[in-house]
Ligand binder design. Structure first.
Ligand SMILES: Nc1nc2c(ncn2[C@@H]2O[C@H](COP(=O)(O)OP(=O)(O)OP(=O)(O)O)[C@@H](O)[C@H]2O)c(=O)[nH]1
Ligand SMILES: [Mg+2]
Length: 584
């Protein structure tokens, strides 16, 4: 299926043409039929001779209803521009075309209607010239009469060619279904409709309502009037929802694949086309089916910051338009450059920002995002519309390579300085290092630590042995050789002497984090703490000293100070009856 929106001045024959092509009535309301004028969006569809299905979103031409028109064309990538042969190019022909241009609509056709009333030649020539100057470029033109049916076969053939030229929809993309109608069906509940431009929907899917952030479930799907188990883009679709009510979702809202969109009320954008130098400070932003008041803050020659009255699920690269509702005038097109821009607090920040924006074009650019944001979660970028094809440095964190190298150097500097300032501590606490480097997540700190540094018991220090004076290093190595497979057995006092570990050597080894001192002459290898917690966590809780001693396969000489140390570190807690539990 492909979807086409009509466009054109009031009374130029849009609805008549849709009716003639589909046999369906696009003017749904009695008032529309009584007044002979489209007020709100209409929907109709048909099968073309090739078998392709085409759905129309029929828009109103009257200038009062331009906001409705924009809600219809916003999510639709192709337009059928209608101009009456007997009237020619008129104000809303121009305004609708300006809107399509602002939205970057690149696919379209010109139908010159009412060709039974006047020579279609002049209207065709003028309309083609106007259209050629926009994002639509050169389009095919067909003269038709909705009344006599003349030209309709040609128009159908031209629609087939239009369909064949449309890019394939991105069916694997997440869903962002802009809602253009919502209503209640007795017995079924809330139904919303929209044009599905990308992705697919299945009965049973969970979706997120952009406005309320409620989770809803797809209870039923209809497309072109038929119930369907699933619908893939591009399509007109009606979605029956469980978990919301009609007054909580309506035109301008969107149904989203959960977790895949960033809602934002602050965006930096480039103005496209011919931006007016004196852009009003208050305008309406039209995007998808939404219309939201915005405050405009100029930044660069053609870039501005928009503060939205309510957040929208926008992506980098989105096209939108700004309109001055008071003056009935499309003020300009907009291309979203950044959906999570930095605040402009410091003096000169706006000018600096303008420089950054000057190099952006709305095409997602991973390297550029990383350069600007330095560290960002892959999920955050994806929610902004930036594919995050890069190897994370830790967890789902992505880093700008140069920034990451600088951080690595800083780690060495900070740890060295800390060791100098705190010579008796067995390393720099990871949390202190995290704060010094202003890193948002501890896993980043851990990922930055490279040999000879290492993390042990929550601290970053030299790997120990390597930095020790030769005799001490050898002594520690002997302890490893002898006790590596019985980590909770401590050498007896006299054996320490055999190993070459006198009080001074023990002191040096402990400071370097190569040994752990539990009490005078009671030392273990430094991994013993973490290992002990693991073993103790496997015991039925709470556990007694004796149970711990047995599980650790050690003596009271080690078990008592070891448990006391674990208590002090908060890894275990001693209960009033002297039993303990592992704190998780
Ligand atoms: N003679 C003739 N009359 C037409 C033709 N197409 C439309 N009309 C008439 O023109 C009038 C307006 O037609 P509509 O189809 O309602 O025009 P529209 O563009 O949908 O108007 P809005 O939706 O209000 O913008 C109606 O009276 C139609 O009967 C045509 O090809 N020939
Ligand atoms: Mg109409």
């Amino acid at each position: 299926m492909f979807v086409v929106a009509t466009a054109g001045h009031v009374d130029h024959g849009k609805s008549t043409l849709v009716r003639a092509l589909t046999g369906m009535e696009p003017d749904r309301w009695a008032e529309e039929r009584r007044r002979g004028m489209t007020i709100d969006l209409g929907f109709a569809w048909t099968t073309l001779p090739s078998g392709a299905t085409i759905a129309f979103v029929d828009v109103p031409g009257h200038e009062r209803f331009v906001p409705n028109m924009l809600a219809g064309v916003g999510p639709v990538p192709a337009a059928l521009i209608v101009v009456a042969a007997d009237e020619g190019w008129m104000p809303q022909s121009a305004e609708h075309l300006a809107a399509l241009d602002a939205l970057g609509v690149a696919y379209g056709l010109l139908a010159v209607t009412r060709a039974d009333l006047a020579d279609p030649g002049p209207a065709t020539a003028q309309a083609r010239a106007e259209i050629a100057a926009t994002s639509l470029g050169a389009v095919e033109a067909v003269a038709v009469s909705g009344l006599t049916g003349a030209g309709l076969p040609d128009l159908r053939a031209a629609l087939e060619r239009l369909a064949a030229g449309l890019p394939a929809p991105a069916v694997d993309d997440p869903v962002r279904l802009w809602v253009d109608r919502s209503f209640t069906v007795r017995g079924s509940g809330t139904v919303v409709t929209g044009t599905l431009g990308a992705g697919q929907l299945r009965v049973g899917d969970e979706l997120e309502v952009a406005g309320t952030q409620e989770t809803v479930r797809v209870r039923g799907l209809h497309s072109l009037g038929e119930a369907r188990p699933d619908v893939a883009a591009a399509a007109r679709v009606a979605v029956n929802l469980r978990g919301t009510s009609r007054d909580r979702i309506g035109r301008g809202d969107a149904l989203l694949t959960p977790g895949r969109f960033h809602r934002t009320d602050l965006v930096d954008v480039r103005l496209t086309g011919d931006p007016a130098a004196d852009l009003p400070a208050a305008l309406t932003l039209h995007v998808g089916s939404a219309a939201v008041p915005v405050r405009v803050r100029p930044l660069g020659a053609d870039t501005v910051r928009l503060r939205l009255a309510r957040p929208l699920p926008l992506l980098v690269g989105d096209r939108a338009l700004l309109r001055d509702p008071g003056r009935h005038h499309v003020a300009g097109g907009v291309r979203v450059l950044d959906v999570a821009p930095p605040p402009l607090a410091r003096r000169g920040a706006a000018a600096a920002r303008a420089q950054v924006l000057a190099d952006l074009d709305g095409r997602p650019d991973l390297a550029g995002e990383l350069r600007r944001r330095r560290l960002v979660r892959a999920g955050t970028l994806i929610r902004m519309g930036v594919p995050a094809h890069a190897e994370p440095v830790a967890g789902d964190w992505l880093a700008d390579p140069a920034h990451w190298r600088r951080l690595g150097d800083q780690v060495t500097e900070e740890v060295t300085r800390y060791a100098r300032e705190h010579p008796l501590e067995p390393g720099m606490p990871v949390e202190v290092l995290r704060q010094r480097l202003a890193l948002p997540d501890r896993v980043l700190v851990e990922a930055l630590i490279r040999p000879p540094l290492r993390v042990h018991a929550g601290r970053v220090g030299a790997a120990g042995v390597a930095d020790l004076p030769e005799p001490v290093a050898r002594a520690v190595q002997r302890v490893r050789d002898e006790y590596g497979d019985r980590p909770f057995r401590a050498p007896e006092a006299d054996h320490l002497v055999d190993l070459g570990l006198g009080p001074r050597e023990i002191g040096a080894a402990v400071r370097a984090g190569a040994l752990l001192r539990l009490a005078d002459n009671v030392v273990l290898l430094p991994d013993a703490l973490d290992d002990a917690v693991r073993v103790l966590a496997g015991l039925p809780q709470p556990f007694t000293l004796s149970a711990a001693r047995q599980a650790l396969d050690t003596t009271r000489r080690v078990a008592v100070p070891l448990l006391e140390l674990l208590d002090r570190r908060g890894a275990t807690r001693r209960l009033p009856d002297d039993a303990r539990i592992v704190v998780t």
